[in-house]
Design a binder for this molecule. Structure first.
Ligand SMILES: Nc1nc2c(ncn2[C@@H]2O[C@H](COP(=O)(O)OP(=O)(O)O)[C@@H](O)[C@H]2O)c(=O)[nH]1
Ligand SMILES: [Mg+2]
Length: 459
């Protein structure tokens, strides 16, 4: 792909809207604008005052009038992408915007790939990679808290933390490399004790960042919480009550929920995808069988399982097994407590002393607030994100930090074993390389392409 060509895309979502925006970015943005835009009088546009909103007409290449629009131009180095960028605000509506876009393309622009505007912003140094990723996180944020964390990252706060780590590493690396490059010079011996202390401190910082990463990923991607249990215990009813509205078909006939249904709720800032599953029971019905199979898969991938029990019935062997054999410790939910009960919280606590047991009624709503609190706590602990919004929220970042940490631990070990400078330098450089992948200082083109391809068109 030629990075210098001029790209165009519709930047607003498809569908009806008051206005819709077309962006054209690249060397020829104004030139293309001159071909497709006219003054309201029909005269050609010859001057392009920077960042001033103008009224104009968009014409097709054949000279047909398409739309009355507002437009403004950003000069190279002073736009989102860092390139010359023309923004046209037309009437919102897919046909209209498509026609404007087609005019731009016939006049010489190329249809932008997903995320290509932001990719150019990155390549032109307007944003680093972590900031560019935050752009998409901000757009996709599902809760207030996720939005806040994305914004913090977009403002460069995570990048600053990474850069500080990198600077500290450079400070350690430079004298080591100097000693390697000029061995004959009178360079004092490496103060290993002091370097070891600094490496330990850096490892601690990395460990702190990593300790919160699992929670950060949940915040960005939403936690998946599965409602599991025998048919008819009230899983679908519970999902509806947690959602606060009727979404899932509830019937007294066992096996009604054959596939799974997922809805996202906002648990005090934590996006939680609640997944209602087909009951885990042996069935001859093929559709239901497929549902049960799928349930097992979903349970495997979930962050948290809620095993729902019917308080009106004895605990079955299958239920006991489900509670004991789930990978992460599930929450035990005793439902239908508004009816006469045969199964009690006490009995369950005696049987499963390490598990949390909650008593609820999907019907009356009793115990639901406590259940929501318990879900949130099981997912992220009692952490208050508002105070420390700098979080690692991507697996990509987490893996890079883990690699940097492993390299630094290797440096620490090498120092204690009187390893030679050149070997220490190798590990230090590897740690720097890993950190550089977060901000994009050291990252392959392939990874860059993969990151931006996840973006939406026009961003
Ligand atoms: N009284 C009472 N009935 C409930 C409660 N939860 C579910 N039910 C009823 O139990 C039956 C099965 O519920 P459903 O949500 O379809 O169970 P699922 O198969 O586990 O999804 C329905 O008739 C519900 O109305 C509850 O807390 N109290
Ligand atoms: Mg159901």
């Amino acid at each position: 792909m030629n990075e210098l060509d001029t790209i165009a895309a519709i930047s607003t979502p498809p569908g009806e809207g008051g206005i819709g925006i077309i962006r054209i970015s690249g060397e020829d943005a104004a030139q293309i604008g001159a071909l497709i835009l006219r003054h309201p009088s029909g005269r050609k546009i010859t001057s392009w005052p920077e960042r001033q909103v103008r009224l104009g007409l968009v014409m097709s290449p054949e000279g047909k009038f398409i739309d009355e629009v507002l437009y403004f131009l950003f000069r190279k180095g002073r736009s989102y992408t860092g390139e010359e960028l023309l923004e046209i605000q037309g009437h919102g509506g897919y046909q209209n915007l498509k026609k404007i876009l087609n005019s731009a393309i016939k006049a010489g622009a190329r249809l932008a790939e997903p995320g290509e505007f932001t990719k150019r912003a990155f390549l032109n140094g307007r944003l680093d990679l972590a900031q560019a990723e935050a752009v998409i996180d901000l757009i996709r944020a599902q809760t207030d808290l996720a939005h806040q964390v994305a914004l913090t990252q977009l403002r460069g706060e995570l990048s600053t933390v990474i850069q500080r780590l990198e600077n500290s590493l450079f400070e350690i690396l430079v004298p080591i490399e100097a000693a390697l490059d000029y061995p004959e010079d009178e360079i004092p011996d490496l103060e290993r004790e002091q370097v070891a202390q600094r490496i330990t401190a850096l490892c601690l910082q990395l460990e702190e960042l990593l300790a919160q990463a699992a929670q950060g990923v949940i915040l960005r991607e939403a936690a998946s919480v599965v409602l599991a249990g025998r048919p008819n215990v009230g899983k679908s009813s519970l999902l509806n009550s947690l959602l606060g509205e009727e979404r899932v078909i509830v019937t007294p006939i066992p096996g009604t929920t054959r596939d799974f249904v997922a809805e996202t709720i906002d648990l005090d800032g934590i996006p939680v995808r609640l997944i209602d599953t087909a009951g885990l029971r042996e069935s001859e019905d093929l559709v239901e069988k497929a549902g049960v199979e799928r349930t097992r898969e979903i349970i495997k991938e979930a962050h948290l399982i809620l095993v729902v029990l019917d308080a009106g019935e004895e605990l079955t062997a299958a239920e006991e097994e489900m509670i004991a054999n789930t990978k992460h410790k599930p929450l035990i939910i005793l439902n239908k407590t508004d009816l006469p009960t045969v199964l009690s919280v006490k009995e369950l606590k005696d049987k499963f002393p390490d598990y949390q047991v909650l008593s609820v009624s999907a019907k009356t709503g009793d115990g639901l607030a406590a259940l929501k609190e318990a879900i949130r706590e099981a997912l992220i602990g009692r952490r208050d994100f508002e105070e420390h919004p700098v979080l690692v929220t991507r697996l990509r970042h987490k893996e890079a930090l883990e690699e940097a940490l492993a390299n630094l631990q290797s440096v620490a070990k090498g120092l204690s074993q009187q390893q030679s400078e050149d070997l220490l330098a190798v590990d230090l450089r590897a740690a720097l390389e890993a950190l550089g992948r977060i901000t994009g200082r050291s990252v392959s083109e392939e990874i860059i392409d993969r990151i931006f391809s996840q973006f939406c068109l026009g961003k």
